[in-house]
Design a protein around this ligand. Sequence first.
Ligand SMILES: Cc1ncc(COP(=O)(O)O)c(C=O)c1O
Length: 377
Amino acid sequence: MPSPWWRARRDALLALADAQTPRYVYDLATVRDRARALRAAVPADRYLYAVKANGHADVVRALAAEGLRPECVSGFEIAHVRQVLPALDPAEVLYTPNFAPRAEVAQALADGVRVTLDNAATLDVWAEVWRGHDVFVRVDPGVGKGHHAHVRTAGTASKFGVAGADLGPLAVRAGALGVRVVGLHAHVGSGVDEPEAWAQTARTLAAHADAHFPDAAVLDVGGGLPVPTGGAPAFDLAAAGRALAAFRAERPEFEVWVEPGRYLVAEAGVLLTRVTQVKRKGDVRYVGLDAGMNSLVRPALYGAHHDVVNLSRPDAPVEGPAEIVGPICETGDAFAHARPFPHAQEGDVVLIDTAGAYGAVMASSYNRRPPAEEVAV
Ligand SMILES: Cc1ncc(COP(=O)(O)O)c(C=O)c1O
């Protein structure tokens, strides 16, 4: 596993922390590296970036410059990318809403954005919204995958997509409205540690296209590439690429699109924060930070692992386990439990790694505490 970018940049990061904590720092060179690695390993006709992972303007611009098109989940994200990328043709945007309001979907269609239909019932109740448009359909392949139940986005327990059994009737209803289904889409979850997953999704979508959608020329297999942390082995991106290449050789008539989020930006981001207090209670050592779950909620929400480093004491030995916690009034406000950690004291700068995806975008002002600001370098 190559050393993360920030190891060689300690002095610069400490200077950034001196100016302000808590603070997200994004390394744009790492963003570009991941985009190039994706393109080199995975054969796709179109590479999209799931903007929900990190909407920072410099990150969005860097990925657009690498040729990635935006995938958006809300009208607000569409407006944001169009503001950040003024020359962007709306037809290049893929909008994959879920339970979005009628007006938002209608606006996207009117603007010429490529819209994904996620609920067959809306063909009945919003017939005039859809009539005559070309759309993608989000298919639920039936089995969700991913690092936590909350990020598995397929199967009846998930609110996303149209079940396979409902696609036939959907095709009939769409045909009656002059709606052409020109692509099928699926995203089964995030942090899917299976190199075969995209190819499996592509085969499932191809079978549905064969059965019901003769105009579906595009198969979008979603995102979900994992970013291993805590010393776990690297994901075999080349194997994922080979599996997709094998599918493409079988079914060359389809375009294949991919739309990762986390893979492109997670490792580019760190959260810099400062120790506020250290406390001992019984045998337990608490190291308190000025960043809390209102800046980075993934550990509380998903039990996500983030490496945590005392940047002020890079060579200090482990002193023992610590609860690494924030200042928010919730017991769940923790970044790590029983984590081997060096000595720490008030004022130390602490770095939380792989924080570039689903970090700042999920921030809140809970407790009226402003979340970490963001800077790109
Ligand atoms: C439709 C869709 N595409 C792509 C992604 C990106 O997933 P990831 O960040 O795991 O690559 C998501 C994440 O929620 C999604 O819902």
